[in-house]
Design a protein around this ligand. Structure first.
Ligand SMILES: Nc1nc2c(c(=O)[nH]1)N[C@H]1C(S)=C(S)[C@@H](COP(=O)(O)O)O[C@H]1N2
Ligand SMILES: [Mo]
Length: 331
């Protein structure tokens, strides 16, 4: 944990001028998005100089946290978000079950992950536990949500997801009153996922949200992007998208969702790699133990841009977190 002074938390009003997220485009817009695919330029993703997330096997135990970098405080931009090119969104991914290499992971996942048939088991503290076939979930009304995604490594994308609010699914199973958290689990199949044998991580990939975070309208189950079905590389057939938290919270290829009473131990908490903990809300003032989080590089752009509190969604989600001077919300 990296201590920050309460005075370092940037006041929320600085962020209030930012543009609201774009949401709910209709079928015509989806078609337009598909039509534009052919024109999106190839991106020099290999120029990326971001640090990568740690390999749990190589991080020395008890490494001292560095001093926060003395990055100048930039004024948040109000520049409209430009969607990241389809090729970059699908070809440059984090999917450790396949590879630590982002491009290799995309190729391997698309080659070997069987996404049909697929079921998602939803249970735990619920009235109506159920096994959903992916076909049933695809019958839920799907909407487009254009969200920023900020990886903890310091790069970001703007992705037009297709999907439905997670709340829609949770209402189907009727959470009991003692359910406080939601625990999510990715498929862990060594026959399809070479990374499971190659890397000593605490598989399966587990993530969690507090129930009110999970029920928030921004929290999405994505089934597609750019008007197309999700590819295995992006977490087909369904993945979580929580746009105000670091990208690692948005786990891929979900097979199990449980309503639980206790805060779940996540994959990254269990890896002991000194990563962020359960909350992982984006805050430019709270550095990673090895690098600043003040700025980010939008994939497809060369300049770094300021990172925003709650990844720019403070207006929508700050109410979930009483006392924003409490630094725990950002670890
Ligand atoms: N199961 C699983 N989910 C995962 C990851 C992973 O390695 N395995 N990587 C996470 C990280 S670090 C990020 S930034 C996002 C990236 O999503 P994308 O590759 O679709 O852009 O997925 C997250 N979900
Ligand atoms: Mo990430």
């Amino acid at each position: 944990m990296i201590p920050i002074r309460a005075s370092e938390i940037t006041p929320e009003h600085i962020y209030l001028s930012r543009r609201k997220f774009m949401v709910g485009l209709g079928a015509a817009a989806l078609l337009a998005a598909c039509g534009r695919l052919a024109e999106t330029p190839e991106l020099p993703v290999e120029e990326l100089d971001s640090p990568t997330m740690p390999d749990a096997t190589t991080l020395p135990e008890g490494t001292a946290a560095p001093e926060p970098l003395s990055t100048p405080r930039p004024t948040p931009t109000v520049k409209p978000d430009v969607k990241t090119a389809f090729d970059a969104v699908t070809g440059y991914v984090n999917y450790y079950e396949f590879s630590l290499d982002k491009e290799a992971a995309a190729v391997l996942a698309d080659e070997s992950l069987q996404v049909s048939p697929w079921t998602v088991t939803v249970g735990g503290l619920v009235n109506k536990p159920r096994v959903f076939d992916i076909e049933e979930l695809l019958k839920f009304e799907q909407e487009e949500r254009v969200y920023r995604m900020r990886c903890v490594e310091g790069w970001s994308m703007v992705i037009p997801w297709l999907g439905f609010p997670l709340s829609r699914l949770l209402k189907e199973v009727e959470p009991l009153s003692n359910a406080k958290y939601v625990r999510f689990q990715t498929l862990a199949d060594p026959d399809q996922m070479p990374g499971l044998a190659e890397m000593t991580f605490p598989w399966p990939y587990i993530e969690g949200l507090r129930l009110d975070e999970a029920m928030h309208d921004l929290t999405l189950i994505a089934t597609g992007l750019y008007g197309w079905s999700l590819r295995p590389s992006n977490g087909a057939p369904l993945r979580l998208v929580v746009p105000w938290k670091y990208g690692f919270k948005s786990l891929k290829s979900i097979v199990r969702i449980d309503l639980v009473e206790e805060q779940p131990t996540t994959f990254w908490m269990a890896s002991g790699a000194g990563e962020y903990g359960f909350w992982a809300n984006v805050n430019p003032e709270v550095p990673h133990r090895r690098w600043s989080q003040a700025t980010e590089r939008r994939i497809g752009e060369t300049r770094r841009i300021p990172t925003l509190l709650f990844n720019g969604y403070a207006e929508e989600v700050a109410d979930l977190y009483p006392d924003l001077t409490n630094r725990d919300w950002f670890f």
